[in-house]
Design a protein around this ligand. Structure first.
Ligand code: GLP
Length: 240
């Protein structure tokens, strides 16, 4: 894992944007897997500015949504879909054929997972996977547990996860989550994990202990040969 500390959130976002642009320049048909939440928002904004200057760069880019709240309407503010539509898909003019994402409220959640897994089988593997980390160490909605799941699945969400700002602003609360599984994520050719904010200090410390455990799903990133971990200074306690 290549670890880099950024002085500020702006610096973290800029470094992340530069890396994503560099990868798209190498492969215009890049399959980009996108997390939501506060950590990647600044980077996505910079990508949208880049689009204004150079729209051709994004003409073939493919996007796959990392995870989604389940049992809530797709267009409700707070869903990952709503976030991605506003922050990335519409500004970058990504049309439907170049986008794959869980439906947040399907009739049969199990079948929805199979649909996304099939899509990943034909479109994948993911070239570049953007991740954040949950306060409890989750990756996407792969929650701490006795064992982790390799493929797309319906996830039971922890209390802590349900308190995430995205879920807490919803009128109707999610009852479960959809997520790519650990193998889906770890089969990505490259992974970029963004960690920002003081509240992440404790989990960063656990991640840095290099103890690979299903109680901290993000620790499995230590097993991947091409992970770039960008940490905002505030989230990194040097005295620890
Ligand atoms: C959420 C999302 C994850 C995200 C993580 C961190 O629950 N499901 O995909 O990466 O938690 O979010 P944030 O960046 O807002 O701290």
């Amino acid at each position: 894992m290549k670890i880099e500390i950024a002085d500020s959130y702006n610096e973290l976002s800029l470094k992340a944007k530069n890396l994503v642009v560099q990868e798209i320049e190498k492969n215009k048909r890049l399959l980009l897997c996108t997390a939501t939440g506060s950590s990647p928002t600044g980077m996505y904004q910079l990508l949208c500015t880049q689009f204004q200057e150079n729209p051709e760069l994004f003409e073939q880019l493919r996007i796959i949504k990392l995870d989604e709240w389940g049992g809530v309407a797709m267009d409700q503010p707070g869903t990952c879909e709503h976030y991605l539509q506003q922050n990335l898909l519409q500004p970058l003019q990504i049309p439907e054929p170049r986008y794959t994402g869980f439906n947040s409220n399907p009739e049969n959640p199990g079948l929805e997972c199979e649909r996304i897994q099939d899509k990943l089988r034909t479109e994948g593997p993911i070239d570049l996977c953007i991740l954040g980390i949950g306060l409890n160490g989750h990756l996407a909605f792969n929650e701490p547990a006795d064992y982790l799941q390799p493929f797309c699945h319906v996830a039971e969400l922890s209390e802590m996860t349900l308190q995430h700002a995205m879920a807490s602003k919803m009128n109707f609360k999610p009852t479960y989550g959809f997520t790519l599984g650990m193998a889906d994520i770890l089969h990505s050719k490259m992974i970029l994990i963004l960690i920002a904010g003081k509240q992440k200090r404790e989990i960063v410390q656990k991640l840095m202990s290099k103890q690979v455990s299903s109680s901290v799903p993000a620790s499995f990133l230590w097993l991947h040969p091409n992970v770039y971990c960008l940490i905002e200074k505030d989230a990194f306690d040097e005295t620890a």
